[in-house]
Write a protein that binds this ligand. Structure first.
Ligand code: 5GP
Ligand code: MN
Length: 331
């Protein structure tokens, strides 16, 4: 049997076999994480299963249009006094990406790990990891087909959102014929592409514009103009009234500059903690760099979180970049 098919079958069996599930995605969830988690929830509902869907923190409010968004529990604000025996983790490249939600696992918990990151280390009991998939949502589509659940507009919307956001609006190089095929099927179930794109990709908050204005002021080129970096400090958040989720997407301005091979954003999420996002053009595999720094991701989009002050973290990343792009920081 085809390798992928075998794991898809195992994932389907996992969902059929258990009755109550803990469903989770990764910390700082994006469109694929949220769409896939809520897609799992809709599939479980169709199978007549019970579930709790949890994230360590807040899910960006821009995804509120997704079905069952109000069922997403923010563990930091709504603690839960239950241990789960069956867990489904989506879009989590490694165990640490599940964050504090791991405290809800029973000692014998069985875990279904559905993901598409090449850096995934197979931390589940059942691992459905397909690095050829553009999004975790693409894999979920196959699982739903295997289970024979009905593709209504709600489920289609969740899966479409994952595909749309992880392909950057069907623009990145992971936009395969299969992605377009699945997207076309999802549209036939009633998804309105203009509305989803408006909510996920077009609409921005004014706070985002305020952060962007500051970030562009400090955008810097280094490594013979092969690297572009942008920085957001705690002070930027405090002075603009922006939230963490308002700082998304800044790294693309760096990578999009002509001639730049690697774009990097440094976002100080709390004092002494810096979230690093990296985007590559052609020559560099940023998942390797992120992994060296304790994170992970894809060849063209990866990230990590590093402890230290902004200057310390920037220096650390800069040195790793020297090796990756083959030139010194300030040349
Ligand atoms: P972003 O920079 O948008 O947060 O993430 C880009 C990609 O890298 C995503 O696929 C994301 O899942 C992955 N990624 C970001 N941060 C981390 C991290 O700390 N660890 C791992 N393993 N992957 C990460
Ligand atoms: Mn993803």
């Amino acid at each position: 049997m085809n390798h992928n098919r075998q794991y898809t079958l195992e994932a389907a069996r996992f969902m059929r076999e258990h009755d109550r599930f803990l469903v989770l995605s990764h910390v700082n969830p994006d469109g694929d994480a949220t769409g896939s988690a809520l897609g799992v929830v809709l599939i479980l509902e169709q199978l007549g299963k019970d579930y709790v869907v949890v994230n360590e923190g807040e899910t960006p409010s821009k995804f509120h249009f997704l079905p069952r968004f109000d069922r997403l529990r923010n563990l930091s604000k709504q603690p839960l006094d239950e241990k789960f025996g069956a867990v489904i983790a989506v879009d989590c490249a490694d165990e640490s990406r599940m964050g504090d939600v791991r405290s809800l696992f029973g000692s014998e918990a069985l875990l279904l790990n559905i993901d598409h990151h090449p850096t995934n280390d197979g931390f589940g009991t059942v691992n459905l990891i397909r690095t050829d998939a553009a999004a975790t949502a693409e894999i979920l589509f196959e699982v739903a087909e295997e289970l024979g659940v009905a593709f209504n507009e709600e489920l289609a919307l969740c899966i479409y959102t994952g595909l749309l956001t992880d392909t950057g609006g069907f623009r990145y190089s992971n936009t395969s014929p299969r992605v377009m095929e699945i997207a076309s099927r999802l549209l036939s179930y009633g998804v309105k592409p203009g509305e989803v794109a408006e909510r996920c990709l077009e609409e921005i908050t004014f706070a985002h514009v305020k952060i962007l204005r500051r970030a562009l002021q400090n955008l810097q080129l280094s490594h013979q103009n092969l690297v572009a970096t942008i920085t957001v400090s705690i002070a930027d958040f405090a002075e603009t009234g922006a939230e963490r989720e308002d700082a998304g997407g800044l790294v693309n301005y760096c990578r999009n500059i002509e001639g730049v091979e690697v774009g990097v954003s440094f976002v100080e999420s709390e004092p002494g903690v810096v979230k690093v996002s990296m985007r590559a053009r052609d020559r560099v595999d940023v998942s390797v760099i992120a992994k060296q720094l304790g994170g992970g991701g894809h060849a063209k989009a990866a990230g990590c979180t590093i402890r230290g002050s902004l200057p310390e973290v920037k220096q650390k990343v800069s040195l790793v970049l020297e090796e990756a792009v083959g030139v010194k920081t300030d040349e």
